[in-house]
Design a protein around this ligand. Sequence first.
Ligand SMILES: NC(=O)CC[C@H](N)C(=O)O
Length: 347
Amino acid sequence: MDVDLDDIDLDVSAVPYSVSTGAPPDSDLVDEAIQDAYDRSVDTDDGKVADYIPILAKVDPELFGISVVENDGSKHGVGDVDHAFTIQSISKAFVWALACEELGPEKLLEVIGVNNTGLAFDSVMAIELNDGHPMNPMANAGALASTALIPGKTADDQWERILDGFSRFAGRQLEVDADVYESESAHNQRNQGIAHLLESYGRIDSDPLEVVDIYTKQCSLLVTATDLAVMGATLAHGGVNPVTGVQVVSDEVCHDTLAVLAASGLYQKSGEWLFNIGLPGKSGVTGGIMTVAPGKGGIATFSPRLDNAGNSIRGQRATAYLSRRLGLDLFASSPHNNDGDNHSDKK
Ligand SMILES: NC(=O)CC[C@H](N)C(=O)O
């Protein structure tokens, strides 16, 4: 199932961020834009809820929320923005950022790489085709390797560091959904296989099953769309959480993380996403998509029905609309004059 943007009215009258000063539009205009994005996306029931982790199939497929957090910390939201769901693959962005903060980008480039393999998120073939390297850091193999790089004497130490880092990104103490963790742990054979393969190529040093266990916990952390927008806004704001004021990672790490997301954040559909939306983003199988507008803020959508790569369909539609409506596309030279013309042939 591909996302069809043909039937959304993407011609928008601009209420963009000021290109010259980065000054945000009036708050009520942002609220209006989010409501319009919701209204233009809510009617589609295209796509399917993930069911390869059994408990995920129980979600209400109609849930839908859109949250925007600006770099001044102001929050906007429509719909189910307070519904908690497990972060899943979006965790890959934050573990990569935390590992990069601890070890520097050279180490991550050497061990993992930053290229998109063009293959599904749980591909084993991607590892074989590349002699264990490079691995897309936003797919499972590269993500497991990132988790393994987090410093700590024991697996528990590594986990505590991840939990603490994620909580600082979100600006509140996050918790694991024990039921999701249990369900995924019982159906994790593929990730265990990937971790063993990485060990055989010398890409992870620690016990592969322990690495998978930490990775499964990080994927099982509960967040809301509002949390994800705050986490995205932290990456948009040079690593400083705009709500708490805490510096979580450096400005350089934000740059490097956003570059990785631009290349790989939506699995094998990352090129289409960048073409349509023009912003770095990261999706997860529970239906979250976190999008970052550097220097401006974070957008998060939550809607569980997915396309065939595992990306939320309503989330892609709503973000495509918001990117235009707010003039956020990094590749649009004149968002001030975003009357639709400069995007009219995008599908
Ligand atoms: N794409 C995803 O969100 C996948 C995350 C999930 N925990 C897995 O490893 O399969």
